[in-house]
Write a protein that binds this ligand. Structure first.
Ligand SMILES: Cc1cc2nc3c(=O)[nH]c(=O)nc-3n(C[C@H](O)[C@H](O)[C@H](O)COP(=O)(O)O)c2cc1C
Length: 334
C-alpha cells in the first residue's frame, strides 16, 4: 500500500487518542484550534449503536475538525461495514477499529481488547470495513492481553492485519489485563514496552505504525519519531495539558512555519464556537470543561480552572464568564 493512502493528510505523525466522554466535538474543536495538523480521533462509537440504535447524532462534527477519524467498536463484519459507511458518508477522513479498550461492558459485546484473541475475526471486520469505504481503515490495539506473550501474538496480529489490507495501526504499548483491573488501572498498571513497539516498526517497514501510551511531552513525541516510529498518539497528556503537547506541534512535528498560539489566543479563538453552541441551546460547561487545562503549569492556572468550573454550570453562563476567567489569569501573569 502506498504511503499516501496510509496517511493521506500526513497527519498521523501526531494524533490525539480516542477518549470516551473526553474527545467529543467540543474537545476536538479546541484541539484543532491549537494544532492545525494533528490527527484527531472521536470517542468510540459502537457499530450496534449506530446501525441498530439511534446514535447518528454521535457522528456530528464541525468541518474545522479535519483531519478527523471516527473510532468504531464492534466485531460483526457486516455491522461494522455499515457503520463505517455511515462515518465515511458523514465525511470522516478515517475509520478506526478499537481493539484496545478493556472495559467489562465492551468485553461482553466482543468489543475492544478482547479481540486481540481473535485476529481472524478482526481481519474479517477490517476487510469488510475497507470494502465499504474509500477512506483508510485503521486499527488501534494493545501488545497483547492477559497471559498472551506479546512477542508472539503482536507480530502475528500485525501480519494478519496487513494481509487484510490495513496500512496504518496504533499500538498502545502495554497489555490489557481483562480480569481484575478497571479500565483506568489498565491504562496505568501493565508495564509499557516501547522497545517492543519500536521493534515491530523495524519488522514491518511498510506498515505505518504509531506508538501510544504514557507519552507526556512533545520531546517524548520527537524521541519516538527519531527512533523510527511513523507516528505517536497522545491521550491523557493532550487532554490535561493541551498547550504542552499540541501548542508547538505544528512547527516541531509537522515542520510548519506557524508560530505557536498563546493560550490566551486559543481562548479568544474558541469564543465563536462557544457563542454558536449556546445559540443552538447548548450549555457553556459542555465546551469549557475541555478548556480547564489550557493554562496548566502557567501562572493563573488555578484561577482559570476555579472560575470556569464554578461558574460554567450556572444558568445563563456565557462568554462573559470565559472573559472574566481570562482577566483573572492575565492579572496573575501581569
Ligand atoms: C477517559 C478515557 C477514555 C478512553 N476511551 C477510549 C476509547 O473510547 N477508545 C480507545 O481506543 N481508547 C480509549 N482510551 C485509551 C486512550 O485512547 C489511550 O490508549 C490511553 O489513554 C493511553 O494513552 P495515554 O497514556 O497517552 O493517555 C481512553 C482513555 C481515557 C483516559
Amino acid at each position: 500500500m502506498r504511503k499516501e493512502t496510509r496517511d493521506p493528510h500526513g497527519a498521523a505523525r501526531l494524533s490525539v487518542a480516542p477518549m470516551m466522554d473526553w474527545t467529543d466535538r467540543h474537545c476536538r474543536v479546541l484541539h484543532r484550534t491549537i494544532s492545525r495538523r494533528a490527527l484527531l480521533y472521536t470517542e468510540m462509537v459502537t457499530a450496534p449503536a449506530l446501525v441498530r440504535g439511534d446514535a447518528r447524532h454521535l457522528l456530528r462534527f464541525d468541518p474545522v475538525e479535519h483531519p478527523v477519524a471516527l473510532q468504531l467498536g464492534g466485531s460483526d463484519p457486516a455491522e461494522l461495514a455499515a457503520a463505517a459507511r455511515m462515518g465515511a458518508d458523514e465525511g470522516y477522513d478515517e475509520i478506526n477499529l478499537n481493539v484496545g479498550c478493556p472495559s467489562d461492558r465492551v468485553q461482553s459485546g466482543m468489543i475492544g481488547a478482547v479481540l486481540m484473541r481473535h485476529p481472524a475475526l478482526v481481519a474479517d471486520c477490517v476487510a469488510a470495513m475497507a470494502a465499504a469505504v474509500d477512506v483508510p481503515v485503521t486499527v488501534k490495539c494493545r501488545i497483547g492481553v492477559d497471559d498472551q506473550d506479546p512477542l508472539e501474538v503482536l507480530p502475528d496480529f500485525l501480519e494478519t492485519m496487513k494481509a487484510a489490507g490495513v496500512g496504518r495501526m496504533t499500538i498502545h504499548a502495554r497489555k490489557a489485563w481483562l480480569q481484575g483491573l478497571s479500565p483506568k488501572e489498565n491504562r496505568e498498571v501493565p508495564p509499557l514496552d516501547y522497545p517492543l513497539v519500536h521493534r515491530m516498526k523495524r519488522a514491518f517497514p511498510d506498515l505505518h505504525l504509531s506508538v501510544n501510551g504514557g507519552v507526556v511531552s512533545l520531546q517524548a513525541v520527537e524521541e519516538h519519531l527519531e527512533a523510527g516510529m511513523d507516528g505517536v498518539m497522545v491521550g491523557r497528556a493532550a487532554y490535561h495539558q493541551p498547550m504542552d503537547i499540541l501548542g508547538d506541534a505544528d512547527r516541531r512535528v509537522f515542520g510548519c512555519d506557524r508560530p505557536a498560539l498563546a493560550p490566551v489566543e486559543v481562548v479568544l479563538a474558541m469564543l465563536p464556537h462557544i457563542d454558536r453552541h449556546l445559540r443552538e441551546g447548548g450549555r457553556l460547561a459542555q465546551v469549557t470543561r475541555h478548556m480547564l487545562g489550557l493554562f496548566a503549569g502557567r501562572p493563573g492556572a488555578r484561577h482559570w480552572r476555579r472560575i470556569l468550573s464554578e461558574g460554567a454550570h450556572r444558568p445563563g453562563a456565557d462568554r462573559r464568564l470565559v472573559l472574566d476567567a481570562l482577566s483573572a489569569v492575565q492579572g496573575m501573569a501581569a
